[in-house]
Design a protein around this ligand. Structure first.
Ligand code: FMN
Length: 216
């Protein structure tokens, strides 16, 4: 029993890591799995099947599926340079993906391939104005940190943050189509309420959210 517990707990990048799904008063980091690069349907098939869906079951995503989805979204696909699966203006990597699930709110840390804990408590219902957001297991919130742009006018910062979010969102759409998941990207959000619940800093801007899960 002791040995089992020992092997269930890891220390990675300064975070205490517990297996996904563990309920704890204090939210713990979740170590993600290496992406399965050979999985899923071919690209042309995924493009054919890409669509928005708004009916979700409460079924949890397996850790491998969650890991693959986040890697597809904007994981590191060239470890030598640290570049991502999605392009960003001047490689600013200004879009953070926050993950809201029933346990709490996490920040996807692509470099360390983990979900860093942000806050415990289920805020899925605040990630959008549609009823399904609190049923689905995962809501992604795309947040731009405009301070990461080294140049650009304020107008261009907004434009590029929106464009960069679109690339990530489409990666998630294609991953979901390729893996039999349902998804919809969403702009219908009470952004001030969500920003408050997420405790965002000035300069952090919610761009869109995206619900992911299994269909009903
Ligand atoms: C920027 C943007 C914002 C959107 N916001 C919402 C939303 O708040 N709620 C929703 O149900 N769908 C939303 N959608 C999904 C669109 O309604 C959907 O993409 C469109 O109807 C076309 O359907 P399809 O994605 O199945 O091709 C949004 C899509 C985009 C690109």
């Amino acid at each position: 029993m002791k040995a089992k517990l020992f092997f269930s707990i890891f220390i990675v990048a300064g975070y205490l890591i517990l297996p996904a799904g563990v309920h704890a008063q204090e939210l713990k980091a979740v170590k993600l799995l290496a992406a399965q690069e050979q999985s899923g349907k071919p690209l042309m098939q995924a493009l054919k099947e890409r669509k928005s869906s708004r009916e979700f079951s409460a079924r949890e995503l397996p850790l491998q599926m969650l890991s693959d989805m986040l890697w597809a979204a904007c994981g590191i696909n060239r470890p030598d340079s640290g570049h991502h699966t999605a392009p960003t203006a001047e490689n600013s990597q200004e879009i953070d993906i926050y993950v809201a699930n029933k346990d709490g709110l996490y920040l996807f840390d692509a470099k360390n391939n983990l979900l860093a804990p942000v806050s415990s408590g289920d805020i899925r219902g605040l990630t959008g104005e549609q009823a399904f957001v609190k049923e689905a297991p995962v809501n992604l919130i795309y947040v731009a940190d405009l301070s990461r742009f080294r140049s650009f006018s304020p107008e261009d910062k907004d434009l590029y943050a929106a464009a960069d979010t679109g690339f990530i969102s489409q990666n998630v759409y294609l991953f979901c189509a390729s893996s039999g998941l349902s998804t919809v990207v969403r702009g219908w959000i009470n952004k001030p309420a969500l920003a408050k619940a997420m405790n965002l800093k000035p300069g952090q801007k919610i761009i869109l959210a995206q619900t992911v899960g299994y269909g009903k």
